[in-house]
Design a protein around this ligand. Structure first.
Ligand code: HPA
Length: 289
């Protein structure tokens, strides 16, 4: 018999709280199919869902609150077109001091609520030549330099102890992101994201090292979420908004600049995301038949 872990119990309690706020979300019609994690500047996407029900994180047991300016704390349930979705409006980061099981609790909850695919978004510094602030980059692979992994500890059965990460970013979801960008007339770059702990930005020497290691963009989120989701067999896609040139490649870095650029691109980003959700919803329902 599979042992019920405390994470299972916490997820069940959190899902029950969500269902009590949004009773339909437990039923087959409105159960969310696609999950989203809305990073810096993209929170408004959650507010624009049709049939929106907002559940504040503090009404969800075991859900940590983000302390970062620009990250609201709500789970938004609703629809994009006909596709039922659940959005995390704001995330928590390792650098806020949360243990990793709190950092990934939100995405595990998306899986618990029924999401078969999750689309993650973030802000990142551009390392690769030719990336400029304002560009959107499809993440095709990552490098985990956060010095930690959310799966450390007893394994959560029945999920694998050693999950394969060779295709962490779903090939079909990547394909549909390219099509979504083209439909939204937005140019989409592609590259490898390196996750670092933060919260200090990198030094120019670190950026030269990261470039040598094969990184195209750098950020302080996403990697633990991707690992936790792949562990559960959830399909993953991720998009970075390049908000700045990485350290040493431009001027000085500031969170204000990150927020300002994320804000400037949010129209284009939102258009791509909307098209992507529609495509991902069609993909997931085709698989489930
Ligand atoms: N480095 C790390 N994280 C970031 C950056 C950066 O340059 N920009 C946005 N998030």
């Amino acid at each position: 018999m599979t042992e019920v872990t405390s994470i299972d119990a916490e997820l069940a309690a959190a899902a029950a709280a969500v269902h009590s706020h949004a009773p339909g979300s437990a039923g087959p019609q409105d159960k969310p199919q696609i999950g989203l994690v809305l990073g810096s500047g993209l929170g408004a996407f959650g507010d624009e869902l049709s049939q929106l029900i907002k559940v504040p994180y503090d009404a969800i047991p075991h859900m940590a609150q983000s302390t970062v300016v620009g990250h609201a704390g709500n789970l938004c349930l609703g629809r994009v077109g006909e596709v039922p979705v659940a959005c995390l409006q704001g995330r928590v980061h390792c650098y806020e001091g949360h243990p990793l099981d709190r950092v990934v609790f939100g995405v595990r909850l998306l899986a618990e609520l029924g999401c078969r695919a999750v689309l993650l978004t973030n802000a990142a510094g551009g390392i690769a030549e030719g990336l400029s602030p304002g560009d959107l980059m499809l993440i095709v692979d990552h490098i985990n330099l956060m010095g930690r992994n959310p799966l450390v500890g007893p394994n959560q059965e029945p999920y694998p102890r050693f999950p394969d990460m060779s295709r962490a970013y779903d090939v079909e979801l990547c394909h549909s992101a390219r099509e979504a960008a083209s439909r939204a007339s937005v140019e989409l770059r592609e590259g490898v994201y390196v996750g670092v702990l933060g919260p200090s930005y990198e030094t120019p020497a670190e950026i030269r090292m990261l470039r040598t290691l094969g990184a195209d963009a750098v950020g302080m989120s996403t990697v633990p979420e991707v690992i936790a989701l792949r562990h559960r067999g959830v399909r993953v896609g991720a998009l970075s908004c390049i908000t700045n040139l990485a350290a040493g490649l431009g001027g000085e870095l500031s969170h204000d600049e990150v927020k300002e650029v994320a804000d400037r691109v949010k129209g284009a980003f939102t258009n791509v995301l909307r098209e992507w959700v529609l495509a991902a919803g069609a993909m997931v329902s085709k698989v489930e038949g």
